[in-house]
Design a protein around this ligand. Structure first.
Ligand code: GLU
Length: 296
C-alpha cells in the first residue's frame, strides 16, 4: 500500500497521555508502519475549556520517549477554524445543515410534547424542531440534518459490521456549539480529509461516533477512510480508563515497559527481547501485520 496509507493519532490535550491513550497511539503507529505508510499527530484542541495548557507538548514528549515520532509536524485544530467554517457554510448553503435556536430546556419540552423522552449518553435526541427555520428566534448552534441515508452501516477492521440509525438514535447533531466552539464531529471529519487520512485507528470508545462522521463525509463529498477501533484499558471501576478513575501519568522513564503493557492490550504477547523502545517497535510491526493479516 506504501505511501498511500496515512494514519494519525489525534489526542485532545486535556492532560498527559495515560495507559489507555498510549494503546491508541501505539496501534495507529503500528498500523501505519505495517502498511509502510505515514503516521501523523493532530492536537485536537477545539474544546478550549477542557484543554490543559502545556499538555500538547507533554503528550508529544511522552510519545517521543516511547519512540513514536510523527512523520510530519503536528497540526493544531485551534488554528483551523477557517476550514471548519468553510465546511459548515457549504453544508448550510446546500440545506444540509441549519441554525438551531433551541436550549436544552426547549428540546426537553419538545420531546415531552411529542410523547418521547429520548436520551442517549445524557444527551437529548434532538427532534428536529429548527429544521423548518428559526421563525424569528436567534441562532445558537448549527446542526446537521441527519435524515438522509439512515441507518448508516460501516465496517470496522476489528469489530466487524456496524450499523447506527443516526436520525433516531442520535438526532441532528451539533456542528458548531452555542458557545461558538467547533464540535469534535465536524473538526475531525474536515481534518481527516484535509490531511488525506486513509486509516483511522483509535479507541473503541469512539466507535459510536463513526456513523455521524460518515454522514458528514458523505454530505461534504469527502472520501471515506477505513476504521479500526482498539480495545480499551479499563479503570478500577470497569469503565474506560480516565483521570477520574485512576489513570496514572505514564512513567516514561521506563518506555520499554510501557510499550510492552500497551502491546499486551493489543494482543502482541510474543516474547520480544528488545533493548530499546525502537527495537521493540521494530519487532512489533510484523507481529501486528500478522495479527491483522496485512500483506506487504
Ligand atoms: N481527540 C479525540 C480524543 O482524544 C480522538 C479523536 C479521534 O481519534 O477521532 O478522544
Amino acid at each position: 500500500m506504501g505511501v498511500d496509507y496515512r494514519g494519525r493519532f489525534a489526542p485532545s490535550p486535556t492532560g498527559p497521555l495515560h495507559a489507555g491513550s498510549l494503546v491508541a497511539a501505539l496501534a495507529s503507529w503500528l498500523d501505519a508502519r505495517a502498511h509502510q505508510g505515514r503516521w501523523l499527530v493532530r492536537i485536537e484542541d477545539v474544546d478550549t475549556p477542557r484543554c490543559v495548557p502545556g499538555s500538547d507538548r507533554a503528550i508529544l514528549e511522552q510519545l517521543a520517549q516511547c519512540g513514536l515520532v510523527p512523520d510530519e509536524p503536528p497540526v493544531y485544530q485551534s488554528q483551523r477554524g477557517t476550514l471548519y467554517q468553510n465546511a459548515l457554510d457549504s453544508l448550510t448553503t446546500r440545506g444540509l445543515a441549519y441554525p438551531c435556536a433551541c436550549t436544552r430546556q426547549d428540546i426537553a419540552r419538545a420531546l415531552a410534547a411529542s410523547g418521547q423522552a429520548r436520551e442517549r449518553h445524557g444527551e437529548l435526541v434532538y427532534p428536529g424542531t429548527c429544521r423548518g427555520g428559526l421563525h424569528g428566534r436567534t441562532a445558537r448552534a448549527w446542526r446537521l440534518d441527519t435524515r438522509a441515508d439512515s441507518p448508516v452501516t460501516w465496517h470496522d477492521r476489528r469489530l466487524g459490521p456496524q450499523s447506527q440509525d443516526v436520525v433516531h438514535e442520535v438526532g441532528d447533531f451539533v456542528l458548531k456549539r452555542a458557545d461558538g466552539l467547533w464540535a469534535y464531529q465536524l473538526a475531525v471529519v474536515v481534518d481527516d480529509a484535509a490531511q488525506d487520512i486513509t486509516d483511522i485507528v483509535r479507541g473503541e470508545d469512539l466507535a459510536d461516533n463513526t456513523a455521524r462522521q460518515i454522514l458528514l463525509q458523505r454530505a461534504l463529498g469527502l472520501p471515506l477512510p477505513r476504521y479500526l477501533h482498539t480495545p480499551l484499558v479499563l479503570g478500577a471501576n470497569g469503565e474506560k480508563l480516565s483521570k477520574q478513575n485512576g489513570a496514572q501519568a505514564l512513567d516514561t522513564a521506563r518506555p520499554l515497559a510501557l510499550l510492552q503493557q500497551a502491546g499486551a492490550v493489543l494482543g502482541l504477547q510474543a516474547d520480544m527481547a528488545a533493548a530499546t523502545p525502537q527495537d521493540w517497535l521494530q519487532q512489533a510491526v510484523p507481529l501486528w501485520a500478522t495479527r491483522l493479516k496485512i500483506s506487504r
